[in-house]
Design a protein around this ligand. Structure first.
Ligand SMILES: Cc1cc2nc3c(=O)[nH]c(=O)nc-3n(C[C@H](O)[C@H](O)[C@H](O)COP(=O)(O)OP(=O)(O)OC[C@H]3O[C@@H](n4cnc5c(N)ncnc54)[C@H](O)[C@@H]3O)c2cc1C
Ligand code: SF4
Length: 452
């Protein structure tokens, strides 16, 4: 798929990949062999009917292809961009045995872009008179809202942020996912009857008892807001910030006219240290380079992963074991000449200047050697520890030993009457597509509960 080269794209916040034309899409779909085993579809967490979709693209029946995709996936414009298809549907593609796998994500994106925001191929059942409240508008909550709306239920989504989208809006940068596409999706949902109440945190701005009282079912899709903390001396210094806080401000600054970036969250001219070499750390590196950082390093406490044979078949939890150069590292290499990641390094202490601003980081390397680094901005990207507990306590919903909401594998029920839960809040920090899959399954369970 055509895309911007690393050296050029660091000058803008536009998407890296620019998408297929109709000619390219048809040519790519022609590579699909329509395998009877449907290996691709089986390995898609929401089982998109990939061979049938590709067949229609091949025949230039784009409306028919879109109908098939849109009737199954609530967020194809998102999944086609942020899923790592090489480790899911495309890893099982028969074409990939001898050649490159069919670009299933690329074809999905081609369709989703053509029909973005349009009410085409989407059937909605007549009103049931039942009301569902969804708390949290990330991929899990949005997917559940979409499917419940299509089943004819009246859906209200409560979201504490200014806009819906969860980490799709305020975590994943615009370079990976154009926020305009999200806005089109939410506008379409509004047109189809979904009500969004944003800037409203349930259990703070709205008592948790209200949705329980006013709705027939309540779905908690609140994500894992609690970031893992850096527990070393000096970590309270000014200029030590959490990744999602940093990314959210960066995205708003890049896209919203008149949005003023807090200087403490601006990497311009600074020596930036990112603690964590996972995907979130990569997004921070890509944002810092665009803001004009003087230098960028990513510290990872784990040893350098190997290049494992058959790595693409490993389950998601094992992906960090595989060494991969992602878009943010490609960009840092293009600008500064070296990979920003340093493995087997532990942060010992953060030192500040007389005014309380971070100035250095002391570290211990894998061989026991010590090194002090200049640092003007330290971004912690070390994952999350669990959902915000306030609403859970108010509703009497239980959590497990890892802090995640306890809710059934199949019915998504929490054990509290009419309260369900799904997404990262239930399964722990995960992926967009897992949130989408759980949102869909939770919606089906709520529908059964409302129509026994
Ligand atoms: C920086 C970053 C980059 C990522 N990149 C990718 C990627 O490229 N591909 C991928 O597959 N996954 C990625 N992920 C992971 C993915 O974003 C998450 O797994 C997914 O968003 C989880 O979906 P969710 O709906 O469960 O939760 P969230 O997206 O976290 O949404 C939960 C929502 O609930 C709201 N909320 C919480 N409590 C309340 C309350 N009491 N009242 C009202 N609203 C509330 C929150 O404000 C939030 O909007 C990334 C994560 C991060 C942090
Ligand atoms: S496995 Fe690959 S070639 Fe076979 S149907 Fe799926 S996309 Fe087409």
């Amino acid at each position: 798929m055509p895309s911007q080269a690393p050296g050029a794209r660091i000058g803008n916040y536009n998407e890296i990949k620019t998408g297929y034309t109709a000619e390219l899409a048809v040519a790519e779909a022609l590579r699909c062999m329509n395998c009877p085993g449907r290996y691709c579809a089986r390995n898609c967490p929401i089982h998109n009917p990939v061979p049938q979709i590709n067949e229609r693209i091949r025949e230039k029946d784009f409306d028919g292809a879109w109908e098939l995709l849109a009737s199954n996936s609530p967020l194809p414009e998102v999944c086609s961009r942020v899923c790592d298809q090489s480790r899911q549907c495309e890893s099982e593609c028969s074409r990939g045995i001898k050649h490159e796998a069919v670009s299933i994500g690329g074809l999905e994106r081609f369709l989703a872009d053509g029909y973005a925001g349009k009410n085409a191929g989407i059937e909605v059942a007549p009103p049931t008179g039942k009301k569902v409240a969804i708390v949290g508008a990330g991929p899990a909550g949005i997917s559940a809202a979409w499917d419940l709306m299509r089943k004819g239920h009246s859906v209200t989504v409560f979201e504490k942020q200014e806009e819906p989208g969860g980490l799709m809006m305020y975590g994943i940068p615009n370079m990976k996912l154009d926020k305009g596409l999200l806005l089109k999706r939410f506008e379409l949902m509004r047109t189809l009857g979904v009500k969004f109440i944003c800037g409203a945190e349930v259990s703070k701005d709205i008592p948790a008892a209200d949705p329980l009282k006013d709705f027939d079912a309540v779905l908690l899709a609140i994500g894992t807001a609690e970031a893992r903390k850096l527990n070393v001396s000096g970590s309270g210094a000014t200029g030590v910030v959490q990744a999602v806080e940093y990314l959210k401000a960066g995205t708003r600054n890049a896209l919203e006219k008149g949005y003023e970036l807090d200087p403490a969250l601006d990497a311009a001219g600074k020596n930036v240290i990112i603690i964590g070499a996972g995907d979130t750390g990569t997004d921070c590196a890509a944002t810092a380079i665009r803001q004009g950082a003087a230098s960028i390093h990513q510290f990872e406490i784990a040893p350098k992963p190997e290049a494992l044979p058959g790595a693409e078949k490993l389950p998601w939890k094992d992906w960090p074991r595989v060494f991969k150069t992602e878009y943010g590292q490609e960009e840092v290499i293009a600008k500064y000449g070296e990979d920003p990641r340093i493995y087997g390094i532990r942060t010992e202490e953060i030192l500040s200047d007389g005014s309380g601003k971070v100035k250095e980081i002391k570290t211990v390397l894998a061989d026991g050697g010590k090194k002090t680094w200049k640092a003007d901005l330290v971004i912690t990207a070390m994952g999350f520890t669990g959902p915000d507990t306030r609403i859970l306590t108010d509703l009497g919903v239980k959590t497990d030993g890892r802090g995640n909401v306890v809710a059934g594998e199949e019915d998504y029920g929490t054990g509290v009457d009419k309260v369900f839960a799904c997404g990262d809040a239930r399964r722990g920090q995960s992926l967009v597509i897992r949130g989408v899959a759980e949102g869909k399954e939770a919606a089906a369970s709520i529908d059964r509960y409302l129509n026994p």
